[in-house]
Design a protein. Structure first.
Length: 362
């Protein structure tokens, strides 16, 4: 067993920060970052910007130039060994003369899967695997889910009052007009997440009552995820704000959604939530952020399809209001229990995060 020494973890964190710059843009590829270090100095950095473009290692090696010789490369994912849209990164590292490669996590892609690391070792390079692995797995959860389960990693996000309500029930309805549950810091965090995910899922009820935009606002260089509207009964209007080019509408076989298609949305058909996720996987959605509708959230949860929960709790009491989830009645011993739970305070709010499913790994 390799014992991490602090500099390795620190350099790998720099590589993870590099990788983060590509999050939400690389699908179906993973976000990957690389830093090259020689004599304690960072001489090259790079990240994978999007599928079809060069891999992280290539950018980092380009910047390092001759300084790569005898250096250590820190890569958040095992360097590839295959000829894909680009030539193998393992070969590029060998050619550049690096003497050590530190890898956070092995690549679950069956075309790589350990072969990248063995290729480097065969060339006489010292290879270390597993530095900051947990952080890397989290960052790559979407890619891992797509490769190993052929469906997106599903994150259920919601914000509730201290008495467990996600919206008031007064006549002004829901959405911003009715006042938001959380404070500014929490809302900024949600926008940062929107910038990192491939899709935002909402149910038809949310589209009808809130007419949300689901865009990324206030994030420098941010881009919008694709809206995914679950509308099995064709209840939404084709002129809703989310029905636009890039949007996906999930409906039941036989439904006529031609007006939604005319508005630019792509329509997919599914009878079960698991089928819907498989279809979204085919469309290269690696991460799906479930933002609204107790019915949608409840049906995904009930089917065991929620992988991760991010819940905000605001210190407010409302009395009557809308519950976060609509799901069948269950005894307490059947509750779904979060693992690896973390707590964070954001302004007046509390953010609770945890996993319901394991991040797929080799
Ligand atoms: C790396 N570094 O930065 C990334 C890797 O189609 P291609 O050629 O872009 O290959 C995509 C596959 O390469 C992807 O499925 C994953 O296995 C690996 N991604 N590998 O060495 C990188 N993005
Ligand atoms: Zn590569």
């Amino acid at each position: 067993m390799y014992t991490e020494h602090p500099p390795d973890t620190e350099y790998m964190r720099l590589a993870l920060n590099e990788a983060a710059r590509g999050m939400g843009r690389t699908s179906p590829n993973p976000p990957v970052g690389c830093v090259i270090v020689r004599d304690g100095q960072v001489v090259g950095r790079g990240f994978h910007p999007r599928a079809g473009e060069p891999h992280a290692e290539v950018f980092a090696l380009r910047e390092a130039g001759e300084y790569a010789r005898g250096a250590t490369a820190y890569v958040t994912l095992e360097p590839c060994s295959h000829f894909g849209r680009t030539p193998p990164c393992a070969d590029a590292l060998v050619a550049a003369g690096v003497s050590q490669v530190v890898i956070a996590a092995l690549d679950p892609n069956p075309r790589v899967g350990g072969q990248g690391a063995s290729r480097l070792r065969e060339a006489g390079i010292e290879v270390i695997v597993g530095v900051a692995e947990e952080e890397a797995l989290r960052q790559q959860a979407g890619f891992r889910s797509l490769v190993m389960r052929a469906r997106p990693w599903v994150i259920y996000k919601y914000a509730m009052t201290l008495d467990g309500k996600v919206a008031a029930l007064d006549a002004s309805g829901r959405g911003e007009a009715n006042g938001l549950v959380t404070g500014l810091a929490s809302r900024a965090r949600v926008m940062a997440w929107r910038n990192e995910v491939d899709g935002i899922a909402v149910g038809s009820g949310t589209v009808i009552t809130d007419d949300p935009l689901l865009t990324t606002r206030g994030v420098e260089g941010g881009r919008d995820p694709r809206p995914v509207v679950f509308d099995g009964q064709g209840r939404t209007s084709a002129s809703a704000r989310v029905i636009r080019p890039g949007a996906v509408v999930v409906t039941a076989p036989g439904m006529d959604m031609s007006r939604h298609e005319a508005a630019g949305a792509q329509v997919i058909y599914a009878t079960q939530p698991s089928e819907a996720l498989a279809e979204l996987g085919r469309l290269n959605f690696s991460t799906l952020f479930v933002e609204g509708g107790p019915t949608l959230a409840g049906s995904l949860l009930d089917a065991g399809l929620v992988d991760e929960v991010r819940a905000f709790v605001a210190p407010k009491l409302l009395g009557a209001g809308l519950n976060p989830l609509t799901a069948p009645v269950r005894p307490m011993h059947e509750a779904q229990v979060l693992r690896d739970v973390t707590f964070e305070s954001l302004g007046p709010d509390l953010l609770i995060r945890g996993l319901l499913n394991d991040i797929p790994r080799l």
